[in-house]
Design a protein around this ligand. Sequence first.
Ligand code: DGL
Length: 261
Amino acid sequence: MIGVFDSGIGGLTVVKALREQLPHHDIVYLGDTARTPYGSKSAATITRYSLNNTDFLQRQGARLIVIACNTASSYAFAAVRDHFDGPVFEVIGPGARLAMQRSRRFRIGVIGTRATVASGVYEQTIKVLQPGARVYATACPLLVPLVEEGWVRKPETAMIVRKYLHPLKMKQIDTLILGCTHYPVLRQVIQRKIGARVALVDSAEAVAGQVCACLGADGAMGHMGEGRGVLKIFVTDTAEQFRKTAQLILHQPVDIDQADL
Ligand code: DGL
């Protein structure tokens, strides 16, 4: 069973990509809605929450963990990897690598939470892969609550996206990393506002590709076996709004249980 967590709904974009690529694997998802957003919390708090989430998923039977949150990946990956007895995946490395494959001029924009942008982790990772790359990162703190509310097609959301992307447009980026797993939900409006010539890199899609490569029939972790494609979703707070947005992301009805961390 694959365990996936995020501060809220955003990690379901990773679940969607995982289910497309690994339809027979069972997945247990935890959205830590009681403590969202992580993007405005300290490194110590984000790490503590991430370890709680990992323990919960392990109790549900997870044998592999995907940190489907850029903020938690930025601050807590090493702690989760040291704590959990099994493979742990994060979203920054796969997103940065995919951006390097897609970019032609290596003028890279990154959008994420305040905490992810403050960590500088994308710049560091990209500079290792491509020392000459120019990286421009912008925090977009209002986008997570808009996604959690399901405000995907509202004109107010489009206005806010345009304002956040304006400085990156001025830098003439050719690739934009969606450095928060909530943002693929806003992919259409982001593409419209940044322009059709800018390649969007979805870190959710990128990490799913990496998990898939490791779990594939001949992959290094083929022994972890398949399941029946069951998806179990837990949240740490009320589920009603979460259910509506989850259905929007996954395009299927979902059952949601309460998690007791
Ligand atoms: N989805 C999370 C991420 O990828 C962030 C949401 C939050 O601020 O809690 O960074």
